[in-house]
Design a protein around this ligand. Sequence first.
Ligand SMILES: Nc1ncnc2c1ncn2[C@@H]1O[C@H](COP(=O)(O)OP(=O)(O)OP(=O)(O)O)[C@@H](O)[C@H]1O
Ligand SMILES: [Mg+2]
Length: 514
Amino acid sequence: MTTILVVDDEPDLEALILQRFRRRIRARELAFLFARDGIEALDFVAHHADIGLVLADINMPRMDGLTLLGELQKTVEPLATVVISAYGDMGNIRTAMNRGAFDFLTKPIDFADLETTIAKTQRHVAALREARAAAAELQHQREALLQAEKMATFGSLLAGVAHELNNPLSIVLAGALMLEEEAAEISAPGLARSAERIRVAAERCARIVRSFLAMARQQEVQRRPIVAAVLVDGALELLAYGLRSDGIEVTRDVPADLPPLLGDADQLHQVLANLITNAKQALEHQPGPRHLRIAARAGYDAVEISVADNGPGIAAELRGRIFDPFFTTKPVGTGIGLAVSRRIADAHGGSLTLAEGDGGARFILRLPRAGLDAAAPAMADPPPDAAPPAVPRTALVIDDEAELAGVLVRMLAVHGFRCDFAVTGREARDLLSRSEYDAILCDLRMPDMDGQALYCWLERQRPHLCRRTAFVTGDALSRVAAEFLARSGRPVLEKPFLPEEVRRLVATLDADSG
Ligand SMILES: Nc1ncnc2c1ncn2[C@@H]1O[C@H](COP(=O)(O)OP(=O)(O)OP(=O)(O)O)[C@@H](O)[C@H]1O
Ligand SMILES: [Mg+2]
């Protein structure tokens, strides 16, 4: 519908126009407003943003048509002005056109001509509005991009902080564990319980830091068999605090015995985190009870994970747009969460879709099942523990943080190792050139000779020790480190590590060199 403002001091014109256009008014194609002079007209324009066409006489009391035209050029809303002048009044018509009039009509008004002019003006105004909307959209996208860049910077800053937490966290964790064991040995149950509480809390911190780093890490897609339950738990763990503090009740229906799916754990983790965050944000403004349900099931060749909330859901007219990059309905959203998530799902040969249905939103992530011949799931449990061998074995722990090296030494002792330790790469090289070790745990980043250089030396000088070597790293973010580790093919212990992971590492090394 186009709203036309007619500005003329002639009282008969109003009745004439209403009569002439009555069908189109009834059909709601056109609406008319009438002003007696320029001042009244400006008042209308200020209060009706939908006016698309102003039809203005030139000679009027208080403010004439030409002055009005000048004022209308200053308005923000796109509208076109058509002036009406006496036949042959070329001077005023030229002035009007030079001041930005879109067209002119002569008196007495020829209504057929007026119809044509209205149609032409409607097309012009529609084009103007479209251009304006496109410009506004562009501006919005630019802002969103800027926001995304800011978030990316913020993200890498946070990742750096998480990374720095690795070493101290490893020390807290291991310290609590040792304390727990020692308290048990001297029969001090109260002390043991306190130490246990510290250990459990530190383990939680370690898992959160890990999940966060996994998300921040930029790596090539690494497809491995993954257990859905592990994926879901990792994502929930990261967002647990926010969900709890918003009073969101989480239901998790993910059978542990589902067949593994094939994918990149870090990227899929990010997809789940996006979906859960969206659900959390949708529930924020919702009166209770608030529910989030994550379920998984196996299909013939795929595993499906669904994330559902009982929030306001997604209006039918928005359903087609939510996966578009930069589409957001949130004041501070960037609108890239779902776009990125869908891209990841597609790249995996899977899909991310919004399920049909009323009430709440339910997203379904479908991922291909790992083939039957695939290796064992990356995060599955290791084979059960063997008793520590009777013959003492020797290990070399290399870490420039002596305290952390001490922690590893104590953990290895539990598995029957007698340990040497070195705090620099050179010191380690000296030890390695004259002694044999059953296991070598080497930090990657050291000031004088780093893990990579030491390993190169081993390959040349003591090659048989290579397959007894594992790396310890807090450098999960570095591409160089990741590439080196992948090339070496040696097992990696990521800081902050849990005693359980040290045990697994020992088992892997035993299997390698056995
Ligand atoms: N669970 C949900 N319930 C209701 N609306 C949702 C839900 N998930 C997504 N949406 C709608 O889809 C839009 C796009 O989501 P998307 O995750 O891509 O971007 P965002 O959440 O707005 O911003 P960002 O994730 O970049 O911070 C949201 O703005 C919201 O309108
Ligand atoms: Mg989002």
